[in-house]
Design a protein around this ligand. Structure first.
Ligand SMILES: Cc1cc2nc3c(=O)[nH]c(=O)nc-3n(C[C@H](O)[C@H](O)[C@H](O)COP(=O)(O)O)c2cc1C
Length: 141
């Protein structure tokens, strides 16, 4: 199992409605290729976890790198991993901006992480722990 985490910045013309249609294609592709993960979006910033076989992740990431809809891509984690966190999600998606006040407190910790933490400005093994927390907080059923 391989896990890759990167962050990037959405191009200004990339609207939320287009992100949703991109996601629906992405979920099909990921499901066919044994890829799972999570995409977070806030203030034009993406943070994505991709999980799967190394070759599959590399092939997909090459496409993502060349995608003109975002830029300033920084890899934070790219390594073998013991666990697949998002077993039930071909690509879990969360847009903070679309959520009401009730979600606010739950998200504050994550928001602080994204905007202020140096964890995501350089390579970090804490990225997987972060996504484990995200799963518990945002996607708990
Ligand atoms: C932030 C971001 C995340 C993406 N995540 C995925 C993904 O998880 N799976 C996927 O198939 N495409 C994803 N894409 C879309 C790919 O970059 C690409 O458009 C898609 O794989 C189709 O590529 P193709 O037309 O060359 O086959 C993502 C794009 C962006 C901008």
């Amino acid at each position: 199992m391989h896990s890759l985490v990167y962050r990037s910045v959405a191009n200004e013309s990339f609207e939320l409605s287009e992100i949703y249609s991109m996601l629906s294609r992405a979920k099909d592709y990921n499901a066919k290729h044994g890829i799972t993960g999570c995409l977070l979006y806030h203030n034009s910033q993406f943070l994505q976890l991709l999980e799967g076989e190394k070759e599959e992740i590399e092939r997909l990431f090459q496409k993502i790198l060349q995608d003109p809809r975002h830029h300033s891509i920084v890899v934070i984690e790219n390594d073998e991993s013991d666990v697949r966190l998002f077993t039930a999600w071909s690509m879990a998606f969360y847009d903070y901006g679309q959520n009401g006040l009730s979600a606010h407190f739950k998200l504050r910790q994550i928001d602080t992480f994204l905007s202020e933490s140096s964890i995501f400005s350089k390579k970090s093994t804490l990225a997987l722990q972060f996504f484990s927390n995200v799963k518990d907080i945002l996607f708990a059923v």
